[in-house]
Design a protein around this ligand. Structure first.
Ligand code: SF4
Length: 463
């Protein structure tokens, strides 16, 4: 390639805004109900929301209470070819309807029941369609599995980066070494063992990683949230996500009055664990009744928010971020290209540099220079999330009305309809070209889907 052609290619590659990504976000914003068009709304301003797979490998080898899968899930064989084919069809539709970039969870039953080569091939298909994949696991697998997933038959890395969300809570039964955990504290070594495998993978093969820690919350472990965060914030997780239990999925596994673990009660326990007030109104992901999020970082044992919601100058930073950088796709863009895009924005809009420097100075003041020096400027980004699924009996009638294009007069049903309309977590149905909220998938569609899968992929008993 000649110099002129190289410069032209570089100019194209570092254009800050991808028109296709911008159009996808405009569509998402237009779809949001009025109640979700808040100043901090990320959907439609800097992303299209999360996505997840379904109907691929519903089986799991632990037993959770509650379990969001329908009762047929464990009667379906895990089949690598089926997973690859179905996921390919789903991400193709996601690419078409939600644009060129997305965060997509490879989720079903237990992902590590997939043979490593099929797991790897599925992640590659997701990436080919612009999806940044995250594999969902209970974390009870060995380094050998991780290595076989991460390395190709030639022993070389297949990926430069892997993302996993690992679910740990005391109501998951059957984990090797701790069949029935007496409490959350006893699971901490297992939480750390999981992240240690990825640290080893990075050391040995240079593969970087992002790990999220998921935990279902019931009245039975509500009081243990804070200790889980305190004991594990240095373990290597970049996100702690808590899901207050909902009456959804297999009703044989509903054990407690889950509604006693209210969103406020859960959030205040997360705040206790973080040792800070967590303002979930600076940024919204979909409807705040579904998702609360606080973005920030640890320096030593203290957590600080990226933006202080009580400081109007920080709120102005957020607004400027959406204005100048919202349409830049960070996901999946190689760091050098991303730097090129940001540089071009800075040159075109010099005030962004002043805004960024002002923010940096304030953030450093908040942390304290002494603390930064003491910890050698080691900053660990950690996001706190709470995702509140809705009960099946709430979702089914609301979804039926939504499908008919009707809106309920009942405030409770209307609230459910609004939450579904602003859903941050979509699943694709290539057979009819639609996307549905994950609540609808689990509450309404999973039972029939898993019954059909049971016939398609029966488990053959071998004597
Ligand atoms: S899956 Fe349900 S709870 Fe989650 S964002 Fe969508 S509508 Fe809200």
């Amino acid at each position: 390639m000649g110099l002129a052609a190289t410069l032209r290619a570089l100019e194209r590659a570092t254009r800050p805004y991808d028109p296709e990504f911008t159009d996808a976000m405009k569509r998402r914003w237009a779809e949001l109900p009025e109640v979700a068009r808040t100043p901090g709304q990320i959907v439609g301003r800097h992303g299209v929301g999360c996505e997840g797979t379904h109907g691929v490998f519903p089986r799991c080898n632990l037993k959770c209470t509650p379990c969001y899968h329908s009762r047929d899930a464990n009667r379906v064989r895990v089949d690598g070819a089926h997973t690859r084919q179905e996921v390919a069809a789903q991400v193709r539709l996601l690419r078409k309807l939600r644009g060129p970039r997305g965060h997509t969870q490879l989720i079903g039953g237990e992902v590590s029941l997939l043979p490593p080569d099929d797991h790897a091939a599925t992640l590659s298909v997701m990436r080919e369609h612009g999806r940044e994949p995250m594999s969902f696991t209970h974390g009870d697998f060995d380094y050998d599995y991780l290595e076989r997933l991460a390395l190709g038959p030639d022993g070389r890395p297949r990926f430069s980066r892997l993302s996993f969300a690992a679910h740990f809570d005391r109501f998951m039964y059957g984990r090797r070494g701790i069949e029935r955990p007496p409490g959350e504290r006893e699971l901490d070594p297992y939480r750390r063992r999981f992240t240690a495998m990825f640290a080893r993978l990075k050391r040995q093969h240079g593969i970087s990683y992002f790990l999220a820690h998921n935990m279902t919350v019931t009245p039975g472990n509500l009081d243990e949230i804070a200790a889980v965060i305190r004991a594990n914030h240095t373990a290597g997780y970049g996100m702690f996500s808590f899901q207050p239990a909902a009456f959804i999925g297999d009703e044989r596994r509903w054990k407690e009055n889950y509604r006693e673990a209210t969103p406020d009660a859960v959030w205040s326990q997360i705040e206790r664990g973080a040792g800070a007030r967590l303002d979930y109104d600076v940024f919204h992901n979909g409807d705040v009744r579904c998702n609360r999020t606080a973005y920030g970082f640890y320096v030593g044992s203290r957590w600080f928010p990226f933006l202080d919601g009580d400081d109007p100058r920080d709120i102005a930073v957020r607004d400027a971020f959406f204005h100048y950088l919202g349409r830049v796709s960070f996901t999946g863009t190689p760091p050098a290209l991303l730097a090129g895009k940001l540089l071009r924005i800075a040159v075109r809009h010099p005030r962004t540099v002043a805004i960024a420097l002002g923010w940096l100075a304030r953030a450093m003041r908040r942390v304290g220079v002494l603390r930064l020096l003491r910890h050698r400027f080691r900053v660990r980004p950690v996001t706190f999330v709470m995702h509140q699924f809705m009960d099946a009996e709430q979702v089914a009638p609301a979804w039926e009305l939504t499908r008919r294009g009707a809106t309920s007069d009942d405030p409770k049903v209307r609230e459910t309809q609004e939450r579904l309309a602003a859903c941050h977590y979509a699943m694709a149905h290539p057979e009819d070209g639609t996307l549905v909220p994950a609540c609808v998938q689990h509450a309404v569609l999973d039972p029939a889907e898993n019954a059909a899968l049971r016939r398609l992929l029966p488990i053959v008993e071998v004597r």
